[in-house]
Structure formats: structure tokens, C-alpha cells
Design a protein around this ligand. Sequence first.
Ligand SMILES: Cc1ncc(COP(=O)(O)O)c(C=O)c1O
Length: 388
Amino acid sequence: MGVDALIPGKEEIYRALELISSWGEYHPSPLLFAPGLAQHLGIGAVLIKDESKRFGFGGVKALGAPYGLKQQLLDLGLVPGSADCTRFTAVAATDGNHGLALAWAATKFNCRARIYVGKDVNAGRVQRIRDNGAEIVVINGTYDDAVIAAENAARDPDVLLITDTDYHGGIKVTRDIMAGYAVMGIECARQLADTRQWPSHVFLQCGVGGMAAGCVLGLWHESGRKPDVITVEATEAACVKQSLAAGVPVSVSGQLLTRMVGLSCGRPSLPAFDTLKTVARGSVAIDDTTALTAQTALTRGVGGDGPLDCWDTGIAGLAGLWHVAQNPALRVGYGLDHNSTVLVVNSEGPMPAHYARPAELLSTDAMTGQHPRPQLQSLEEPAQNSTS
Ligand SMILES: Cc1ncc(COP(=O)(O)O)c(C=O)c1O
């Protein structure tokens, strides 16, 4: 693939793999197959890279911030976790999971964490970050305003900006964080090779686009094959879709409100956009009703599949697939049919029940993931619940 100064290169993403895979908590996340869902949607196969249990934090974002912070400390000549790290405060903006991952990482590496959030951020998510030791600063604005506030805070020499978005290009830690997400893509490419499969379509949810771009880089470098990506966003915050249409990053205005709270972003990260523009065959924006319908169905299990441990943001890629597969014009437009093999990422697991607000639980307590239920089959294990 082409070289772009903003995007982490092959060496950087394999360095991330080497470092992250040396951590005691590391295990590759499973690649699941969902034959009941595929049959329900009238497509050949659905493969789900399931990040719901990553590092016990239940989300792909846990691959990014810890690696980014560790690299920053190493770049300063510090031993991560040593007493010298205590004078540093790691800061970032978040709409949920990046801040949680950074709070966890700061504790692990003996720093403090200060997380900036917009005023409409989910209260349960904020409390969870606080409970992981971070100070919270609420900005009277959106996630994008919180990004600027975190950047301003980093003028202090004892503050380390661990931002997962880079609006203008050139922020090294954002490259490192994308390299961390690329580990998921490398794992996935290896699992696909083991099972001799390659997706005809990859549906990837985007906030600022970093997770999707990292996944693409890992898939592409490991397999040597360029994935065909359809980006998925919330209708109210479709900045990647609008930017891809414009050919340059653009901002969307408004409150960016969506139940897919991690996608509540108004402007793409430049290195992520530069990656996605080379692989995106299209973009879809979905509404909250579609997301909730897909989440509820997947949580219960579709067509004989076991239930999926999923939550409001992590479900978005699957909800995008759900939307396209059930719309005849979009099916034709994206060439989705009985021969298609679709890859999606379930990018987070359920919030622990005590952080979830009642409105988020819908009518089923299975949404909390507290009930022992049969799981979807891992591709590495023999199939037991295949319905196709
Ligand atoms: C679970 C989850 N999935 C996907 C995303 C989107 O990631 P990005 O903002 O890097 O596009 C987020 C963002 O916070 C998230 O929390």
C-alpha cells in the first residue's frame, strides 16, 4: 500500500503488535461466525470480530490509549510505571471508551489521568471512567469542543496529550493509537487466513474514524489484500460520510446526539480519513431506531445463533449491515447477496449493569450480559449451533 506520512506504517503496526502481545492481559479476540444472522439477512456469511472482552474492559479502544501512553512515556526516556511517571497527567477527550482505556492505562503506568467530555456524554460512562481513577472535566459543548480543550490543556509540560483524533495531522500519539487498533486487524487477517476466508464487504463503525482505519491497516498489511470497506455512522454525526463525499475532512454541526454515543463526533481524524478514503466503497448513516433494533435482536440471538455480548456503540457496524441488507436498493448498490462474506467488528461489550441507565436496558435484562447463555461459535472451534 502507498506510504502516507500521517498514517502508521507497517513497521509501526507490527511494533505495536509485538509490544501489546507481550502484556499479560493480552489474548487475540475471537472471530465468530453467525450463520443464523447471515440467513436472516440473505447473505452468504457474517463474521464478527468480537472485541467485547478485550483486556477485561470490553472494547477495542483498550488497544489504543494504553499503547499510545506507553510510547509517549518511552519517548520521554521514562520507564512506564516507574516513580518518575507520577508527575505526568495523561489527558484526552472522549465520548466514552477512549477515556476509560486511558484511565486504565494511566493507573497501569503510574500517571494521573484527566478526561474531557462534552456536556451530553453518557452519565454511566463518565462514572465508570471516574471509578477508574480519572479526573473528569465537563465542557459546555460537544465532543469536538472537548477535543480542543484537551489540546489546550497539553500546553502544560507535565501534561501528556493522548488524543485518538488529530484534526490537522502530525500528532505522533494519534498514529500510535491507530497502530494499537491495527493489532485487531492483524489478528483478524490471521484468523481469516486460518479459515481460508476473505470478506467481500467490511462494515466498520466510525466516530473520528481511527478504529476503522487501524483495523483496515492491520487487515491490509497482514494479508496483502485491500479490504472493501463500508463506513457506518450515526445520522446526526456522519462526518466521515460527508468528508468522503467532499474528498476532504469536513465538520458537521449540531449536537451530534445519538444512542451510539461513541460515534458522537463532528470531524474525522485526518490520518484516519486519509486511510479510509483509499478503501471505502461507500458510507452509510443509520438512525438510532435501526441501531436499537439490531442491538436488541443480536443481544437475543438471531436465527438460532447464540446471543452476542454487545452495547450501544459497538453494535453500529452490525446495525449498518442490518440496514443495508434489508434495503433492496442498497443491497444492489453494494453488491450484497447470497455469495457475500461480510466482516464486522463488535467493538464493545455491555456496560456493567450498575453503570447502565434503565433506559438502555430495554425490555430485556440480557442486555446486561449477566445471564449465562450459549455463545456464538468461534471460528477456531468446531461449529455446534450452525443453522445453515
Ligand atoms: C466501542 C467503540 N467503537 C467504535 C468507536 C469509533 O472509534 P473512532 O472514534 O476511532 O472512529 C468508538 C469510539 O469511541 C467506540 O467507543
